[in-house]
Design a protein around this ligand. Sequence first.
Ligand SMILES: Cc1cc2nc3c(=O)[nH]c(=O)nc-3n(C[C@H](O)[C@H](O)[C@H](O)COP(=O)(O)OP(=O)(O)OC[C@H]3O[C@@H](n4cnc5c(N)ncnc54)[C@H](O)[C@@H]3O)c2cc1C
Length: 617
Amino acid sequence: FFGDSIADSIQSIRATVLVFLTNLANNLCRLYEKYILRIDEVVFDTDTLADAEYDFIVVGAGSAGCVMGNRLSEISDWKILVLEAGQPETAFVDIPLLAMGFQGGIYDWAYLMEEQPNVAFGLKDRRMDLPRGKGLGGSSLLNFMIYARGSAGDFDKWAEMGNEGWSFADVLPYYMKSEGANLTSKIESQYHNRDGPLTVENTYQSLLVDAILSGGEEIGLPYIDYNAPVEPFGFSPVQSTTQNGRRFSTARAYLAPVAHRPNLDIITDAFVTNIMIDSVEKRAYGVQYQKAGNTYTVYARKEVILSAGAINSPQLLMLSGIGPKKHLADVGIPCIKDLPVGQHLIDHLAFYGLNFLIYFDWDQVDIRYALSIPEFVKFSKGPFTTLGGVEAVGFFKTEVAKYKENIPDVEVQFMRGSIGSDHGVWMKRALRISDEVYKSAIEPIENLPCWCAAPVLLLPKSEGEVKLLSADPFDHPRIIPKYFTDEYNEDIKTMVAGIRVLEKLVNTTAFRTNGAKISEYPIAGCEHFKFDSFEYWECALRAISHTLYHPMGTCRMGPPHDPSAVVNNQLQVNGIAGLRVVDVSIIPMFSAHTNAPAVMIAEKASDMIKRFHGRLN
Ligand SMILES: Cc1cc2nc3c(=O)[nH]c(=O)nc-3n(C[C@H](O)[C@H](O)[C@H](O)COP(=O)(O)OP(=O)(O)OC[C@H]3O[C@@H](n4cnc5c(N)ncnc54)[C@H](O)[C@@H]3O)c2cc1C
C-alpha cells in the first residue's frame, strides 16, 4: 500500500516539474519570438518596399516559393520579387524535438477545419486544426522535417493520368538537384546527391530503432532506403531536412545564400490580397499586398507565380475571380475563369492511438533530456535532434489495396513515447485531444515507457474542399476535409489493415525481447466495442485520427480533358496567361510527405519557366 502511494507521489511531482519546465520553455519561445526574432531581418533585408514592377512576382516564401526566388534570380537580368505574409524564422524553431511547440504561434496560419459528422468526435469541439507555416520558409519552418520523396509509382501514375513530363524518370533529376545528402543510414547512393542546397541527414536513434528494423525483417518489411526506387516497402531510420541536427528550412537552404543578389527583393509581413487579372485578355499582370496597414500595387512584366500553399493558393485564386462560378457568385466575386479551384482536397490522416508498452527505455527518462542539452548545444547530437519524437518510418501496401502498382497505401511513423509523454502540455493541445479521451487512453500511459506506431493513410479515397468564407482576404477560408466519407469505407479498412500489420510487430522476437505489448486502455466513446475488433479500431480512428498536415490537390494538375484540372503540366493556370501555381496544391495524388515534393516541383517549374522565356534549352 505504502509502496504504491509513494510511487504515486513521485509520479505526480515528476509530472508537475515536467509541466512547469515545458511551459517555461514554451513561454521562453514566445518571448524570443516577440523580442529577438527580428535578428534574421539583417540577413534577409526584408524590410524594404517593392519597386513598381518586376519580371516575376512570387507569392509566398514557403517550401516552393524560396526555391523559386533562388532559381529565377539566377538569371541576372530578370528582376524577382518574393512576397511573404509572415516573418523571418528564429533559432528556437530549429530544435527538432520541439517541432510541435510552435503550432498556434506567430509562424502558423492556425486554421481550423469545419466540423464533420463521423469523424473527430474525440477532439475538442469535434474540430481538427490545420497548421500552415507563415514566415520565410513557410511550412518548412513548422514541419516535422521528415524527408520523403514518394515512390516511383506515384510519379509514373501522374504521367499515366496525362501529365507529360512528370514520370519518376522526369522528376528524379530535380530531387537529386535539390539534395545535399549527408546520410549514415542505409542508402542506395546512386539515388542521392551530396551537393544540393537542401541538407538531408539522419537524426538521433535510440536502441529501439534496432528492434523496429529487425522486427520489420521478421514480418517481411526489410530495412530499406525509402527514398530510392529499389525496394518499395520496408522500414528505415528517418531521413530529415536538418543541418547539424537543426531544422534546415527552405529559407535557410535556398534564400539565405542568395539574399544579397541585386535582382532579388524579399519582403516579409506582406499579405497579398489579390492577383490582378485583365478580365478581357485573361492575363495576370500584378498583385496587391498589404504591409503595416498600407496597400501596395506591384506589376509583373512576365508572370505571377503563386506559391502560397494548398490552402492559400486556392484562396487567392478564388479571391481574384478564378474558381467555381457558382461558389464565386455566392460570395459576390465576379468570375473571370470558371475552374474547379479548391476542389479535390486530399490529405493524409495519422492515428496516434496504437501504443506499444515496453520494459524500459533510457531515452524516455526525464533526466536523460536534461543531461543531453550540452550534447545538443555543443555537438548537435542526442535526443533533441529527433523530429518531434519520430525516429523511424515505414511504408507498405496492405492486403486490402486493390491496385497493382508498387505504391504504399500506409506509412507508419515510429515515435518515442506516446502523445502523453509530455504530460498533455504540447501534443494534447496541438492535436486538440478532448479531456475525456486523454483521460481514458493517454493519461494512464503518460509515465510508462512505450512506443507509438502511428499508421498514416496515404491514398485516401475521400476528398474534401477549400472554399471562401467571404470576399474578405483576411477571413480564413473554409476547410471541409470530408475525411472517412468514401462510399465503401475503404479508407477505414485500409487503416485497420495497417494496424494489423503493426500488431504483427509485437510478436516478433525483436519486440518480445523488449517486453512489448499493446496498450489496451480504450478510447472514451469506443469502450463498448471489444478491444482490437474491427469495430473498435473504426471507432478509435474516427475519434482521434489527425491530419499529418499534408493538404494538397486544391489546384490540381491535369491534362486538357481532365475536368478536375486547374493547371496544366507546365503549372500554368488553365485559360489565364502569366499565372502559374507552383506548390503542393498541384499534386494529383501522392503517397509520402509533401515538403520534398514541394521543393522538387519548384526546381522543375524554375526550369520550365526559364525554357518558356527562352533562357534554357
Ligand atoms: C506541422 C506540420 C508538419 C509537417 N511535417 C512534414 C514533414 O515532416 N515532412 C514533410 O515532407 N512535410 C511535412 N509537412 C508538410 C510540408 O511542410 C508542406 O506540405 C510543404 O511545406 C508545403 O509547401 P508549399 O510551398 O506548398 O507551401 P508552404 O510551405 O506552406 O508555403 C506557403 C507560403 O505562402 C505564404 N502565404 C500564404 N498566403 C499568403 C498571402 N496571401 N500573402 C503572402 N504570403 C502568403 C505562407 O505564409 C507560406 O510561407 C508538415 C506541415 C506542417 C504544417
